[in-house]
Design a protein around this ligand. Structure first.
Ligand code: FES
Length: 100
């Protein structure tokens, strides 16, 4: 099910923004004109990835430095071992939609 989060311009280029999607924190990152959505909760010990840093398509958790690829959710650097779940993103007439 697609859920409207807001306007596609709500996520500033090169930055992340966290939304509540049916009780799940979903992070949307804007990289080079593309939007990527993934669970905001780090799979290591549950910190918010939105409090970390985004460098190109790599998000670094501020707690212990785990890194994830926002395009796939894959772990690029531990201590996290499990990927974060990604969500389909669509922009429809300026509306930002993600798969819940
Ligand atoms: S909670 Fe994210 S690296 Fe530990």
């Amino acid at each position: 099910m697609l859920v409207r989060l807001g306007h596609s311009k709500d996520v500033v280029a090169g930055q992340m923004r966290v939304f509540d999607v049916a009780g799940t924190k979903v992070n949307v990152a804007s990289v080079d004109g593309h939007l990527y959505a993934f669970d905001d909760t780090c799979t290591h010990m549950g910190c918010s990835l939105g409090k970390g840093t985004l460098d190109d398509t790599t998000v670094t958790c501020s707690c212990h430095g785990s890194q994830f690829d926002v395009t796939s959710g894959a772990v690029l650097r531990g201590p996290a071992k499990q990927p974060v779940r990604t969500h389909l993103v669509q922009v429809d007439g300026g509306n930002l939609l993600v798969e819940a």
